[in-house]
Design a protein around this ligand. Structure first.
Ligand SMILES: C[S@@+](CC[C@H](N)C(=O)[O-])C[C@H]1O[C@@H](n2cnc3c(N)ncnc32)[C@H](O)[C@@H]1O
Ligand SMILES: O=C(c1ccccc1)c1ccc(O)c(O)c1[N+](=O)[O-]
Ligand SMILES: [Mg+2]
Length: 221
């Protein structure tokens, strides 16, 4: 039985990056996925857009939906203010195990809480189990048909406050048409599209940046 792609990504990190250096971990994964084998990390091109959003917003509480090998988890956590926390959900136990190793290698285990489980099951439990009031930033990057139901669940659970940002990967490729339609037409959001490319390819893709305005859509008071 051969290795899995996440296992090969972990090996590349251990071989080509420095413990405790998130930047070198991010670079090692990008290098591996660019030159050895493609993987579904947000990648370096869209990653720069993610960086800019994080640096501008300075979020204290971040939720990531879809961890995989923790590439985006490490990339985002590395830019957060000292007291900030990032919760990331991953329902594939094998990926989560690799992600945990990469988070520890990067030295970011204090900032990141990795939960193994499905977003639909866990979003309703976050307030209770983790003392979360609301999230300042949500990075949506899990299966694309879950973006809309999970956004509605976040609203229902009162986990978004006016000004909170939803940053969604892959709104062009593979695409999230129902989600895009919702955030672009609902009075609850102010949306803008950041054009880019599918990670490590020339395919069109991009990120949707949506600011939550409040449930009545009156906007921040
Ligand atoms: C594209 S990968 C995440 C990539 C990561 N955000 C990055 O940029 O490095 C998507 C991941 O979401 C996980 N996933 C999909 N649907 C999920 C759900 N409903 N709850 C939790 N994890 C989910 C998959 O197992 C997969 O590992
Ligand atoms: O769905 C895929 C996919 C579909 C088919 C084959 C491989 C990946 C994908 C592609 C690029 C992404 O950035 C991404 O987040 C995903 N994903 O699985 O969530
Ligand atoms: Mg993606």
């Amino acid at each position: 039985t051969g290795s899995t792609r996440p296992q090969r990504i972990l090996r590349a990190v251990q071989k080509n990056s420095t413990r405790g250096s998130p930047c070198s971990v991010v670079n090692a994964i990008d290098d591996y996925c660019k030159h050895k084998e493609w993987a579904m990390n947000v990648g370096d091109e869209k990653g720069i857009i993610v960086d800019d959003v994080v640096l501008e917003l300075k979020p204290i509480t971040v939720l990531e939906l879809g961890t995989y090998c923790a590439y985006s988890t490490v990339r985002i956590a590395n830019l957060l203010p000292p007291e900030a926390k990032l919760i990331t959900l991953e329902f594939n136990a094998e990926s989560a195990a690799i992600a945990r190793e990469i988070i520890t290698w990067a030295g970011l285990e204090e900032k990141i809480q990795l939960i193994i489980g499905a977003s639909g099951d866990w979003i309703p439990r976050l307030k209770e189990e983790f003392g979360i009031e609301t999230f300042d930033l949500v990075f949506l990057d899990h299966w694309k048909d879950r973006y809309l139901p999970d956004t509605k669940l976040l609203e229902k659970c009162g986990l978004l406050k006016p000004g909170a940002v939803l940053l969604a990967d892959n709104v062009i490729c593979p695409g999230t048409p129902d989600y895009l339609d919702y955030v672009r037409n609902s009075p609850r959001y102010k949306s803008k599209f950041y054009r880019s490319h599918l990670e490590y390819t020339q395919e069109e893709d991009g990120l949707e940046h949506s600011v939550f305005l409040g449930m009545a859509g009156r906007g921040a008071e």
